[in-house]
Design a protein around this ligand. Structure first.
Ligand SMILES: [Zn+2]
Length: 473
């Protein structure tokens, strides 16, 4: 058995070498080194804790790493003029739902998915917006294959952290008892998940068992606080090792007391329990937008980058349109309370992470992160704190802070070159002049071409992908 394994390995290695040689021989000789870039005269916003801006810096990128800042310059390199521009780390969206292949109908044994998405088209909106890392909060096996395509470089896309959803009902991983909950965590680990997302319909005992087992399995936990906790004392909500709240609604739905004192109580308990917060303010803004006027989605400029099946769903099967005035009033109150919670968490020093719930109606992958940053600043974060919520801090929570999240020598070259300074105005994160994704440079022209391709494809397939016909796809 052992001998067989070794011979297989040797065969694999030989094949790999053959491929390596092929690529080497076929590679055209270029004067410029296509793997080395020098950004000259750029203002670097490193997003390290002290965040000392380095003016007129020279940044060298080699392969997929930041090789040096203000050090020697290689003779062969592609030069990028960074004069009057600003360099920030690639952004991280900590709450996304990326589409993945699947079926709305029962297929035959070898049929596989009936709705298949072009992975590049799904990823283009992220990277066009400088979102170079995402946290997938409804992980499915399809996301692992997307991540593989990105890692093997057949698709340009963000780094993907993936969480398995465990819930008490529905079609995710279902666990209705503590024993099932613990087994679900171990199964998820066996499948390759590194994170667990707990969901709304877990019982109190199962919720606690899932989190406890995740700790034993060295997996971090993000998610919802089950509705079963409604009306219970606030301290009950903060279970040890529950590491990250997926939306601020998880707190506002537990209480009728929308006072600042209540927000402070949540913040104090979160701090004690080391539970970080994704406010996800975009979510309530979009719920309100849709409740008030369905045209808001129709008029969304980034709608054309959304797959036609989802465009059709968002426009024709929208669960918030037609909400009663009373409900709208309640949403408004919640929205205001959410700002209070963000303020209180900031005061208490609980880390706040940017996440958008991209994929939910109205919240477009990539584009939404800039909206969320704007909302966080409106709620009281400084521009620097808002940027940290989408760079250094999420990298730290994901335990990849040594690889991404700041601009430092040796880190992966995930970078955004901006025309204007985002520390002056957070909206300047939208002034993208180019993006480095894992060391690959995409200038504005290239980004626009990629976006146009997505929009054209979506437009050409509107007839085929109607939400009402999804079962016959
Ligand atoms: Zn979500």
């Amino acid at each position: 058995m052992k001998y067989l394994k070794i011979s297989n390995l040797l065969l694999l290695l030989t094949v790999s070498f053959l491929f390596l040689n092929c690529t080497k021989n076929n590679k055209p000789e270029t004067k410029e080194d296509s793997n080395t870039y020098v950004i000259k005269n750029v203002n670097v916003i490193p997003m390290t804790e002290d965040n000392n801006v380095i003016k007129n810096a020279t940044v060298v990128i080699h392969n997929n790493k930041i090789e040096s800042i203000n050090d020697s310059v290689p003779s062969k390199a592609t030069i990028i003029d960074g004069k009057d521009k600003w360099l920030i780390p690639g952004l991280i969206d900590m709450h996304v739902h990326t589409l993945s292949n699947g079926s709305f109908s029962q297929g035959y044994a070898t049929r596989g998915s009936t709705v298949n998405f072009n992975t590049q088209n799904l990823m283009t909106p992220y990277i066009a917006n400088g979102v170079t890392t995402v946290f997938e909060l409804s992980g499915r096996l399809g996301h692992f294959s997307q991540r593989d395509k990105i890692m093997e470089k057949s698709v340009i896309g963000p780094r993907m952290a993936i969480a398995a959803v465990i819930d008490g009902k529905g079609n995710e991983i279902k666990a209705t008892t503590p024993v099932e909950g613990r087994q679900s965590v171990r199964n998820a680990k066996g499948l390759g998940y590194r994170f667990i997302k707990v969901y709304t319909w877990l019982s109190e005992e199962t919720f606690k068992a899932v989190i406890d087992e995740a700790e034993k399995q060295n997996m971090k936990v993000v998610g919802h606080i089950p509705t079963i906790f409604e009306g219970k004392p606030a301290e009950d909500l903060f279970v040890p090792h529950f590491g990250l709240i997926a939306h601020v609604e998880e707190l506002s739905k537990q209480t009728n007391d929308f006072s600042y004192e209540k927000a402070q109580e949540f913040a104090r308990l979160a701090k004690e329990n080391n539970t970080w917060l994704i406010p996800n303010l975009s979510n309530m803004v979009w719920i309100l937008n849709q409740a008030k006027s369905p045209e808001k989605i129709q008029n969304l400029p980034s709608l054309k980058y959304v797959h036609p099946l989802m465009q059709s769903k968002w426009l024709n099967s929208n669960r918030f349109s037609g909400s009663s005035p009373k409900l709208i009033e309640f949403f408004n109150k919640q929205k205001e309370f959410h700002k209070q919670i963000v303020k209180a968490f900031k005061e208490e020093g609980v880390p706040i992470l940017a996440g958008t719930d991209a994929g939910i109606s109205g919240i477009v992958w990539g584009f939404s992160l800039h909206d969320e940053l704007e909302l966080l600043v409106e709620a009281g974060l400084t521009t620097k704190e808002a940027l940290a919520s989408a760079t250094r801090l999420p990298a730290e929570w994901l335990e990849i802070g040594d690889k991404i999240g700041t601009i430092e020598t040796g880190k992966f070259a995930d970078l955004i070159l901006l025309d204007k300074n985002p520390l002056e105005n957070i909206n300047n994160t939208r002034t993208i002049s180019g993006v480095f994704v894992d060391g690959k440079w995409l200038d504005k022209t290239k980004i626009d071409t990629m976006l146009l391709k997505v929009a054209k494809w979506n437009d050409a397939h509107k007839e085929k992908y109607q939400w009402k016909n999804r079962k016959s796809l």
